[in-house]
Design a protein around this ligand. Structure first.
Ligand code: IPD
Length: 282
């Protein structure tokens, strides 16, 4: 990386912050209106007109600023665009994370904008649209929430941990048995508790802020984890694959924790749920 690149990523972060705030305002207004809802991969995988509008706003603004950059967006991918991460500077966007929450006006809804270069995550911005918390992280420059530095929980003992997860879109009996079995193992560790808030990105921000010790999920997407992974790492935490190996952004699975010890414990407990990959054709 040259110093010019490094200056450019600083500019990218500033631009991403401005766009996330602007997109967040659109979401704040849209949540008060009637929503037009449809479903994607399964009946519980929801999308609204607002998801499309916000993604279009974010991508068109970024494209104007950075015409040579590439884009991976949740709704563009759902519409059939290839979801492939190359070495080119690439923005990875979830316009409304927590769409089901958005549909119900349940107040856990975020805009998430990640940025990768040479397949390395460089920065992330997550804006909690309904309470105004702005989470930012840039590799080597720390992670912040509304300007206050973030620090993960350093708890090593899972029996003192609060663990977050998300259900994922598959609801067939076999998947639900594995999902509930995984949760049962962690509850009987016994972890202090397990929470599901309906937004992967905001749950991951809670790991970065130290409000919870760990997160795991099968079935999320690259746009749910790209921005948050930078924020968690810069807050001192770890983000890895559910097998214990390095994070594979396209693998649709993740374990994140404040301490390696808690992450390793969770990895050992989890029975996998297969969701395929983001970068494979459907
Ligand atoms: C989803 C939410 C949900 C999680 C899914 C995500 P979306 O994102 O974060 O809580 O379980 O895996 O894909 O569809 O609301 O952007």
């Amino acid at each position: 990386m040259t110093s010019t690149d490094s200056d450019c990523w600083g500019e990218c972060l500033d631009v991403a912050v401005q766009i996330a705030r602007k997109a967040g305002k659109v979401v704040q207004e849209a949540v008060k209106q009637e929503k037009r809802v449809s479903s994607k991969s399964t009946p519980t995988d929801l999308v609204t007109e607002a998801d499309h509008q916000v993604e279009e706003l974010i991508i068109s603004t970024l494209r104007e600023k950075f015409p040579s950059h590439r884009f991976i967006g949740e709704e563009s991918s759902a519409a059939g665009e290839k979801c492939v991460l190359t070495d080119s500077p690439t923005w990875i966007i979830d316009p409304i994370d927590g769409t089901c929450n958005f549909v119900h006006s349940f107040p856990m809804v975020a805009v998430s904008i990640g940025f990768a270069v040479n397949k390395e995550l460089e920065l992330g911005v997550i804006y909690h649209c309904l309470d105004g918390a702005l989470y930012t992280g840039r590799k080597g420059h720390g992670a912040f929430c509304n300007g206050v530095r973030l620090q993960v929980s350093k708890e090593k003992d899972v029996s003192k941990a609060l663990i977050l997860t998300e259900i994922g879109a598959k609801r067939d009996p076999h998947t639900l048995d594995i999902f509930l079995g995984n949760m049962k193992k962690l509850l009987s560790a016994p972890a202090h508790g397990v929470r599901i808030i309906g937004s992967s990105t905001l749950a991951l921000c809670h790991i970065a802020s130290g409000a919870a010790e760990a997160y795991y999920q099968f079935g999320l997407h690259c746009w749910d984890v790209a921005a948050a992974a930078v924020i968690i790492r810069e807050a001192g935490g770890c983000v890895m694959d559910t097998t214990g190996g390095p994070l594979d952004l396209m693998s649709r699975r993740v374990v994140a924790a404040g301490s390696q010890e808690v992450a390793d414990y969770i990895v050992q407990q989890l029975q996998p749920i297969s969701y395929g990959r983001d970068d494979h054709d459907p």
